[in-house]
Design a protein around this ligand. Structure first.
Ligand SMILES: Cc1cc2nc3c(=O)[nH]c(=O)nc-3n(C[C@H](O)[C@H](O)[C@H](O)COP(=O)(O)OP(=O)(O)OC[C@H]3O[C@@H](n4cnc5c(N)ncnc54)[C@H](O)[C@@H]3O)c2cc1C
Length: 440
């Protein structure tokens, strides 16, 4: 007890784990590059409120959130829209990102966590393969364990020695770039579908949404390749044709950001090191939701650390965190990476065809807040599978692409089940190599 734990970056999973550990008597300090009061984005986010309970974080005050409305999904032409029907008690909540952060920070500080703002982390300090601290712009800090919560481009993960098996870099195709902004309401015309998700809008591979709020219209444009403001403007023009409420004046937001959408790091631990949240690629591979997973991971990580009675924080004693998270979430979500890869190969007409032919139906897109595996998205009902196969027969290219994805998924599931349950470095690295390869 009383051992010093460093959290690099004030990521959601990191601050949640910090609170749990501080409550248990550890000396926890978070080092964050941004200034106090400036964390988060200038927009709202949606997540499963039950995940807060898992991480022992109280619900936020009721006036700070509302329940998310059902979404309507459609292909590039917007014909054959499919509406979700999520029961109220299984819905996610929608909250300002700043309010989420304020709530998490207040909880953590109340538990005794110390936060150093305006402090950029540059990388790990190593003694051989063991992480013994972090180097920051304000000087070196030593500790018994470093929890890496610096997000997708974490300088800690990126500078881990290759020999630890912690993957440093992420492929471009494994990140989605997002532009998000709130625009004025250009028309009072009522909209039947308040929250529309459009796949391949304007024929460009990606995901877009247009959500009609009372005072503004919320737009998200997601692409699997880099894009700039010219493409944003062209997409907005296109979206305005079918969404007259979408005005021209940007009221809030307007940033480009990245989310990892791939399987979780196969090896998220090393001696003195554990990655969490986006640093460990925890968001759902297809849709990029990562907060609930980060909170759930925080509880598993904190329990694993507390269970290490010798305070060794070695890869061996931290490995149960990887195993338990894999079992609880990442093994179920990883096959969605194969769906994402297949989606990237489709042409806009194939996506439209999926909606027209009934290959995708409203049950497929009705996921509850507690979305923890691919089975929560696709029901795998025998009759439904027969219908999907029948529907796909009219499009040979689609059959070939989806067939390839199913083959990959089978490999992924087989290898996922072979994850070593106990730390044996050679066995773990060998498994990780094969598992990562299965997604290629
Ligand atoms: C546009 C957008 C919309 C999203 N919407 C949702 C949503 O609706 N629901 C959902 O569940 N998820 C959503 N996500 C994903 C979600 O934000 C993340 O998965 C989740 O927050 C976990 O990420 P994180 O906290 O680990 O990392 P991040 O959110 O990236 O936080 C990392 C933290 O580390 C700090 N940091 C980074 N580098 C350094 C450094 N060198 N030194 C010190 N500090 C550093 C950052 O300033 C930041 O505070 C969205 C993401 C984006 C980009």
């Amino acid at each position: 007890m009383g051992k010093s734990i460093i959290v690099a970056g004030l990521g959601h999973g990191g601050i949640a784990a910090a609170a749990l550990l501080s409550k248990a008597g550890y000396d926890v300090t978070v080092y964050e590059k941004k200034s106090e009061g400036t964390l988060g984005y200038d927009w709202t986010d949606i997540f499963d409120p039950k995940a807060l309970g898992v991480a022992e974080i109280p619900m936020p005050p009721e006036d700070k959130y509302e329940y998310k409305e059902d979404m309507t999904f459609c292909g590039p032409c917007g014909n054959n829209p499919l509406k979700q029907h999520v029961p109220l008690d299984a819905r996610e909540i929608k909250m300002e990102r700043r309010d989420i952060y304020n709530h998490l920070i207040e909880n953590a500080v109340g538990c005794g966590v110390k936060i150093v703002y305006d402090c950029q982390v540059n990388g790990p300090i190593l003694d051989g393969e063991r992480v013994v601290g972090i180097s920051t712009e304000k000087g070196d800090v030593l500790g018994d364990l470093v929890i890496d919560a610096c997000g997708v481009n974490s300088p800690v993960r990126r500078n881990m020695p290759k020999s630890t098996g912690v993957q440093n870099e992420i492929d471009r195709a494994h990140k989605i770039s997002i532009y998000r902004a709130f625009f004025n309401k250009a028309s009072d015309e009522p909209t039947e579908d308040k929250f529309k998700v459009i796949l391949f809008a304007g024929g460009k591979p990606g995901i877009n949404w247009v959500a009609a709020e009372d005072e503004y219209t919320d737009v998200l444009i997601g692409r699997f390749t880099e894009f700039g403001i010219d493409e944003v403007n062209a997409t907005l023009e296109n979206l305005r044709k079918k969404n007259p409420r979408l005005g021209e004046e940007r009221l809030r937001g307007g940033q480009f950001v990245e989310i990892p959408i791939r399987h979780t790091l196969s090896v998220p631990v090393a001696d003195g090191y554990a990655a969490i949240g986006d640093s460990a690629f925890m968001p759902v591979p297809l849709i990029g939701s990562g907060m609930a997973n980060a909170f759930k991971a925080a509880k598993i990580l904190a329990d694993t650390i507390i269970a290490d009675k010798e305070d060794t924080y070695s890869a061996k004693t931290l490995w149960p965190y990887a195993v338990k998270y894999h079992k609880a979430l990442s093994s179920g979500l990883a096959p969605l990476e194969c769906v994402r890869s297949a989606l990237l190969k489709l042409r806009p007409q194939d996506v439209e065809y999926c909606f027209e032919s009934g290959i995708v139906n409203s049950d497929d897109i009705t996921m509850s807040a507690d979305f923890g595996s691919m089975g929560d998205l696709f029901a795998f009902d025998k009759d439904d599978i027969k219908k999907k196969i029948k529907g796909a027969t009219g499009n040979k290219y689609l059959i070939k692409t989806l067939g390839g994805a199913v083959g990959k998924m089978v490999k992924v599931v087989v290898l996922s089940n072979q994850m070593p349950q106990e730390w044996d470095k050679a066995k773990v690295l060998d498994w990780a190599k094969k598992y990562d390869k299965a997604f290629m």
